[in-house]
Design a protein around this ligand. Sequence first.
Ligand SMILES: Cc1cc2nc3c(=O)[nH]c(=O)nc-3n(C[C@H](O)[C@H](O)[C@H](O)COP(=O)(O)O)c2cc1C
Length: 382
Amino acid sequence: MAADLACWNVADLRERARRRLPNGIWEYAERGTEDECGMARNRAAFERVAFRPRVLRGVQSVDTSTEIFGKQSAFPLALAPTGAAGLLWYKGDLALARAAAAAGVPFTISSASTMDLEQIAAAGGRIWFQLYYWEDRSLSHAVVDRARDLGCEALFITLDMPVPPNREYIHRNGFGTPFRLNARNTLDVLMHPRWLAGVMGRYALDGGVPTQANLPDRLRAKVTKGAPPGALFKQDDLDWDAISVLRDRWPGKLILKGVLHPEDAERALALGADGVVVSNHGGRALDSSIATLDALPAVAAAVGGRMTILFDSGVRRGSDVVKALAFGADAVLAGRAPLYGLAAAGEAGVSRALELLRAETARTMAMLGARSVAEIDSRLLA
Ligand SMILES: Cc1cc2nc3c(=O)[nH]c(=O)nc-3n(C[C@H](O)[C@H](O)[C@H](O)COP(=O)(O)O)c2cc1C
């Protein structure tokens, strides 16, 4: 661990990130929607769960490694796709991918990344790609083909944002798109000179403000301009037929992200998907969504053992990773936890977040008498 980064848990990294970022950028990374009940419900579900540990199991060597989609991962976690990481840190997507590769866990590139997939994949490591559909679906299919040519192992299709979420706070903080300078956001940015110089300053020297990088050049809009026709995400017309089209097009693993209903998981399996992510987008989509930990057992009962079950939304501790596995997940995705590290200290901060989560996972397993990931199951739950 970087000794100069005095952060002893994800909450410490979060606090450092909050101080470093302008409020408008911080709120984009942190906040949910409407009354933020969904975020609170995700956390409350974790906090309600307790373990019933086993003793005398000889836990001097605990193995946190596991297979995800048939390949080894250092612990049962991967980095979730998070768009606009490049606003938290200069070339943030690359910092996330490098830290993931160094930690031996997979990284998911977001469709909304501000660096293009080829640049991010150059970090090495295991790379997955997450798809949102642009209004012009051919743009999305072209990006999927690029991800395939790059050797991305898995394609995640995010389904829990059929319409844009209700982010009321952007009307107040003045960080909507297209971005327009006003007194409030100008003051906010000026009060965060380290971010202004270290992130925006470096982009300015490097050719300008970041854009949505996975679009063709002619459609890349500056954040100060609206998206040109066809280049807005549009998912309200998606149906199972669209997923079938992708299944035919994509030779690798296909995963549906944002599945909470067991019947949808069964349908995904029938259609040939390799996995689902039990996710409510970290409470950033439907505020009144069921907590993902509460949704997980029914999905696991429906399709567990027949497809890979990933899980996210609210993971902040290694004990949360173990709880999700005990409830039936094969591995978890972490969204905000690595982003806090990124905003706090770039690649070193992401590495710190991952190392903290891995160490906490190992310690929780030892406390439970689970020597391997295979030994984590529902019998350890109180
Ligand atoms: C700032 C931010 C950006 C995100 N962008 C995307 C995205 O582009 N695509 C996507 O499928 N999910 C996106 N998500 C959701 C994450 O993939 C993940 O589901 C969520 O963050 C999990 O909850 P957690 O943040 O509590 O770990 C984003 C989340 C955050 C915090």
